[in-house]
Structures are given as structure tokens and as C-alpha cells.
Design a protein around this ligand. Structure first.
Ligand SMILES: *Cc1c(COP(=O)(O)O)cnc(C)c1O
Length: 375
């Protein structure tokens, strides 16, 4: 039987959280002289930001809960997914003692977050077709394994992990939290693991407003789990972790779910077109099947292709030195214009190996390649 209390670091269990002014008086009307705010207004030309935001983001959770089929008390909202990733490590892992388990190739933040907290990382690679090796995972789990990270659809491979494998791990790993990162779930033709939250108290599901919802700049991540775990995360989060502008814009976004769905449909159609066009290029060896908004593509010479693309101001992600991703670049599905620009540069490269300037298209091009980000 899963027992959250046994999993948490003992001092977290006994912790008295900071009690904010907005926690102690939750009424909306009154003369607010409790939080040392500026009563006169803000120094911005638009908007009023002089009051602290709702520390528990109730308006968003109440609108989000029915969309996700969960109770508001099963939702934690973070400053990006980065925040719940870090909080889960800090709530459960004793530095220098406990460990987390990841399945490379996968999202880089799980390992970084563990490293920041001086927490060991057990790595059990995915199989060559990017699926979970259930037996190997269960054999690698130790009594100190607090978190098992699954990413489905997986970044950087793009595929969904098999549901039976995830279920087997949820059922067998009763002394760990099993986290399913569903950052790309909107692009996949499947149901979310949120529907299983009441069946598995060790299940945690992560989603984000950064991808399908088109709100990466707001920094808003969703975490769904048992009410008991959400209470613990609320206890250790920074009190006002989601800003007021982020909260109001997220509320507005949730009223336009159909706009998100329309963008997803368009991106999926572009993904199909892009994959078909890439397939016809001689430099493309393999396109991995994708349930996400990107393609993992193997090239005959990934390094030269990557560098040529950069020279032409088309920026993709070089994953060629990542486990099981030999020779692969990860390509985000862009607009029709952006994808055509990418294809034009690739076609031009195949026909003339010496790099020559192509005239820039009219589509947006990045001016500064970002080579060190984690996403
Ligand atoms: C992009 C991405 C996220 C989202 O991170 P945010 O901090 O919410 O922007 C989470 N997990 C994976 C696997 C991702 O690729």
C-alpha cells in the first residue's frame, strides 16, 4: 500500500508553512491594511498590480477542474512545470541519500532538478523504440527511490509510452511517486492519466500551458495529484508563486479552449505535411513517429545539417549526441511558412554541399540561436 507520509522527508511533514496576509483573511471587500501594499496604485501606465494575487489561484482551479475531470483540490499550479518538478524533489528526496529514476532519452529538467538538490539519479534507458523497459525499471528501484519520471509523449522522441507499461509501474512501485509528464498530451490521440488519479494515490500528472495553449511566456505549469500531496506542495511553495497577470490571462485562455483545439489541429496537419516533405529528402534517414508538436529526425550528417541550418537562421535542436538519438535533430513544427523555409534550406543543402546563402524568407526568423536551453 502506498503511504505518502512514509515517502515525505520527515521535516516537511512537520513543517509550519508561511501564512500570508491573503491566507488569513480571504474576503474580497474591506479596507486592506494587512499586507503592506501601496494603496495608491501602480507605476505602470496600464493595469493595477498593487495588490498581492490569490496565493491558491482558486478562480483558475475552479475553471480548470471540470475541463480536466478532476477536483480543484487535486490541482497545483506552478511557475512553469519547473516549479512542481523541483517541489516534488524537495518534498521527498533527502540530499545525498535518496534518488530519482529517469528513462533516457528524456526531458533534461528531472536530472537537473535532482542535481541541484544533491539527489542521485538512476538511469534506465528506454528501449530502442523509445518504450519503457518495465522489468529493468522495477529491478533498478531501491528503497531510496522516491520519484519515477515518465514522459508521455516523450521529449525528445515524440512518442507516447505504452499505457500497460505505465500501469505496471504504478502498481509495482508502491514506495515511489510515479510522475507522468504530459506536456504534449494535447497533440496525442489518447486520454490523460488524470482519469486514473483516484485509482492510484502514487500517481502525479504534469501538464503545461506552454505548448498547446501557446502561453510559454506566462510560465504556468499544472500538476495533478492526490489532495494529500497537493496540500504538501502548497505548504512548501513560495506563497505568491503565480502572478496576477498570469492568473488573469490563464483565466481568459481557459474560456477559449476551442481556440487551443483549433491550433492543435492546424499544428497536427502541418506535422503531417512536414513529415511527408522531409521523407523525400536524401539527407533524411529516418523520421520517428510523433504524438507531439515536434519530429525527431535522423540525418545522414546531423552536425553539418544543424550548422547549415543555423547559418541560414533556422534553429532546431541538436540531439545527435543523446542516448538512442544518434544523428538526430529535433524539429518543432512551425507555421506553414517556417516549415517551408526549413525545407528550402534542407533541399538547397542536398543539392549543393558547399554552404551558400539562400535569400531569407518573409517568415519570422530568430536572430539569436539559443543553444543552451533545456527544453
Ligand atoms: C516543454 C516541456 C515542459 C514544460 O515546461 P514549462 O516549465 O511548463 O514551460 C515540461 N515537460 C516537458 C517534457 C517539456 O518538453
Amino acid at each position: 500500500m502506498f503511504n505518502l507520509q512514509a515517502l515525505l522527508r520527515p521535516h516537511i511533514l512537520g513543517l509550519t508553512p508561511y501564512s500570508s496576509a491573503r491566507d488569513e483573511y480571504t474576503g474580497k471587500e474591506g479596507v486592506f491594511l494587512d499586507a503592506n501594499e501601496n494603496p495608491l496604485g501602480s507605476t505602470t501606465s496600464t493595469g493595477e498590480y498593487n495588490r498581492y494575487p490569490d496565493p491558491h489561484q482558486w478562480a483558475i482551479k475552479q475553471r480548470l477542474a471540470p475541463i480536466k475531470g478532476v477536483r480543484p483540490e487535486q490541482i497545483f499550479l506552478g511557475n512553469g512545470s519547473d516549479e512542481p518538478i523541483d517541489l516534488l524533489v524537495r518534498a521527498t528526496c533527502r540530499p545525498g541519500h535518496d534518488n530519482i529514476l529517469i528513462m533516457p532519452p528524456t526531458y533534461g529538467m528531472y536530472e537537473v532538478s535532482a542535481a541541484i538538490n544533491d539527489v542521485n539519479v538512476i538511469k534506465v534507458p528506454l528501449t530502442p523504440d523509445f518504450q519503457v523497459d518495465v522489468e529493468a525499471v522495477l529491478a533498478a528501484v531501491t528503497p531510496e527511490t522516491k520519484l519515477i519520471w515518465l514522459c508521455s509523449p516523450n521529449n525528445p522522441s515524440g512518442n507516447l509510452l505504452q499505457a500497460e507499461a505505465i500501469r505496471a509501474i504504478l502498481e509495482a512501485a508502491q514506495q515511489s511517486l510515479v510522475i507522468v509528464d504530459e506536456a504534449y498530451i494535447d497533440f496525442a490521440d489518447t486520454t490523460s492519466w488524470t482519469s486514473e488519479l483516484d485509482n492510484y494515490t502514487n500517481l502525479v500528472v504534469l501538464q503545461t500551458f506552454s505548448k498547446a495553449w501557446g502561453l510559454a511566456a506566462l510560465r504556468l505549469g499544472m500538476c495533478f495529484a492526490s489532495e494529500e500531496l497537493i496540500r504538501v506542495m502548497n505548504k512548501i511553495k513560495p506563497p505568491y508563486n503565480i502572478s496576477a497577470p498570469t492568473q488573469s490571462l490563464a483565466l481568459e485562455a481557459l474560456a477559449h479552449e476551442s481556440a487551443k483545439n483549433a491550433m492543435v489541429a492546424q499544428i497536427l496537419a502541418e506535422r503531417q505535411t512536414l513529415a511527408e516533405n522531409l521523407r523525400s529528402l536524401p539527407s533524411v534517414q529516418r523520421i520517428h513517429p510523433s504524438d507531439a508538436n515536434f519530429l525527431l529526425v535522423q540525418f545522414t550528417d546531423a552536425q553539418a545539417t544543424f550548422e547549415h541550418l543555423i547559418e541560414q537562421q533556422v534553429i532546431v535542436r541538436d540531439r545527435s549526441r543523446v542516448k538512442l538519438c544518434d544523428g538526430c535533430l529535433r524539429i518543432t513544427v512551425g507555421t506553414r511558412d517556417e516549415n517551408e523555409r526549413l525545407l528550402a534550406v534542407l533541399r538547397h543543402m542536398s543539392s549543393s554541399p558547399v554552404s551558400a546563402e539562400l535569400p531569407l524568407g518573409t517568415g519570422d526568423v530568430a536572430t539569436k540561436p539559443e543553444l543552451v536551453s533545456n527544453s
